[in-house]
Design a protein around this ligand. Structure first.
Ligand SMILES: Cc1cc2nc3c(=O)[nH]c(=O)nc-3n(C[C@H](O)[C@H](O)[C@H](O)COP(=O)(O)OP(=O)(O)OC[C@H]3O[C@@H](n4cnc5c(N)ncnc54)[C@H](O)[C@@H]3O)c2cc1C
Ligand code: SF4
Ligand code: SF4
Length: 433
């Protein structure tokens, strides 16, 4: 384990955050095993801890690398952070108890732990075709046409959640619904009823801070709990559940989150993208009822009319922070869901025993219909391609350039930075982390 080195004689004493930053930088520079990077702050606990929020904000948020997962916000036992503009804000620093949990659970600072399998309970035997471990892959959809009509693809996610709430398998679900005056901007929601799950159904392609609802669940003791989120949120949740520093909040998440459903994700888009898309298709932004991405941008308007637009054009408004993410298929979820392959169905990866039990129960009770992948094999081909594309050439986020450095290079597009952009030649030639 890399230890704390005493400063050379005559060096002025450094503050905790400065010391940790120097140690962290040294570990990155020395090409240490990424799972050892966390020792930069863990060893500081022997000295009584330090204000990790300062280190986190400096190293991740100010660097423009924060993906917005809110993991640091929801783990903090003393509510130090606010959350605004898809980022944590160090709002109540005086309340910090120096536990370093916020640094411990940030997926940008370090990869998820090697021993995560013990927590998740991945299916055995399992496969890994380049998109994470899974026991089974299938198409699924809600048996109820009313739920299907509300879902983004097959409505599998919503049907399974409603089934589990109504049969007492779940007490609540951490989801995202929408701002009342803008249906394309998400906000967190702790859903406990069928109506609330349905209000959240469908996808917003802007970032939705679903996991902020974890705090509400904790405060009100709502459990067992399901969490639905994009891969960065899944990793944030897993880091919180699996933290080696088992303070009360981390323990509660570990004991009470029963099911994590991850959504496939190439990238999310900025709020500005909605105005830009509306201009591209020449409608008022508030007329956009739903956006789906199927090789092109498929927009459903409030009167049911469907208009398509160029994905290449729309991608210009992808969130720059999505560069700092290598996971397309929610590799650490219990179930992963996407809209590739068969139209009107949800491509579903059953990754863990909990995921398998959830799907089997919903199928047995007639809430879900399933169909084998072989009916539309293109789904699996696409998944392999898209998952590989999101890892290609990319080092871990901690080793990537900052947002300012990318801006200076004139290349903020997360999709192409490591394929045809400046990172294509400088990145390590490998497929994964
Ligand atoms: C930002 C984003 C990017 C995606 N990119 C891809 C992709 O590249 N390829 C692909 O195959 N699939 C992608 N998906 C997944 C796809 O859109 C569907 O969510 C998935 O197929 C499940 O469909 P469903 O009908 O079963 O879900 P539904 O029953 O409609 O339930 C969807 C759930 O998603 C949650 N949700 C909605 N918007 C967000 C959001 N912005 N962030 C987090 N949670 C949200 C809601 O809470 C709801 O519970 C993406 C989803 C999002 C949100
Ligand atoms: S990536 Fe997540 S954990 Fe890290 S600073 Fe941003 S919101 Fe916090
Ligand atoms: S691409 Fe990654 S960082 Fe961006 S929203 Fe999707 S999961 Fe999060």
């Amino acid at each position: 384990m890399p230890g704390a080195e005493p400063p050379p004689r005559g060096t002025p004493a450094r503050s905790g955050p400065e010391r940790v930053r120097a140690r962290y930088r040294r570990l990155l520079g020395d090409a240490a095993d990424p799972h050892e990077w966390a020792y930069a702050w863990r060893t500081e606990l022997n000295r009584g801890g330090f204000r990790a929020a300062e280190f986190l904000i400096d190293e991740v948020v100010a660097a423009g690398k924060c993906v917005g997962c809110a993991s640091c916000v929801t783990i903090c036992p003393t509510d130090v952070f606010d959350y605004a503009s898809e980022q944590p804000v160090d709002a109540r620093g005086d309340a910090c108890v120096r536990c370093v949990l916020c640094a411990e659970v940030c997926p940008v600072l370090r990869p998820v732990d090697n021993d995560l399998g013990d927590l998740v309970g991945f299916c055995e035997p399992g496969s890994d075709d380049g998109y994470g471990r899974f026991g089974e892959a299938l198409y699924a959809r809600a048996a109820d046409p009313a739920i299907r009509a509300r879902g983004q693809d097959g409505g599998m996610v919503s049907a399974l959640l409603i089934h589990h709430l109504e049969t007492g398998r779940l007490g609540g679900a951490v989801l995202g619904d929408v701002e009342p005056d803008n249906r394309q901007i998400g906000r967190h929601k702790l859903a406990t009823t069928r109506a609330e799950v349905l209000a959240c159904a469908g996808s917003r392609y802007t970032y939705s801070p679903n996991t902020l609802a974890l705090r509400e669940a904790l405060r009100h003791g709502v459990s067992p709990l399901a969490v639905v989120g994009v891969p960065c949120q899944v990793d944030g949740v897993r880091l919180q559940q699996n933290s080696s520093l088992r303070l009360q909040t981390a323990r509660w998440y570990r004991d009470n989150i029963a099911l994590v459903i991850g959504l496939f994700c190439s990238e999310a888009f900025t709020h500005e993208s909605i105005q830009r898309l509306a201009a591209l298709i020449d409608v008022a932004p508030e007329r956009i009822a739903n956006i789906n991405i199927k090789g092109k941008v498929v927009v459903r308007l409030d009167d049911g009319e469907v208009v398509t637009s160029s994905l290449r054009e729309y991608r210009r408004w992808a969130r720059p922070a999505c560069l700092y993410c290598l996971d397309y298929s929610a590799e650490n979820a219990d179930l992963a869901a996407g809209g590739i392959g068969r139209d009107g169905w949800t491509f579903t990866l059953v990754r863990s025993d909990a995921g398998r039990a959830a799907v089997e129960a919903a199928v047995a009770d007639g809430w879900l219909e399933t169909s084998p992948l072989e009916t539309h094999p293109r789904g699996a081909e696409l998944l392999r391609k898209l998952a590989a594309a999101k890892k290609r050439n990319r080092p871990l986020p901690a080793l990537m350039p900052t947002l300012d450095q990318r801006a200076a290079q004139g290349h903020l597009d997360p999709k192409t930075y490591y394929t045809t952009g400046p990172g294509a030649s400088s990145g390590p030639a490998r497929e994964g982390p």
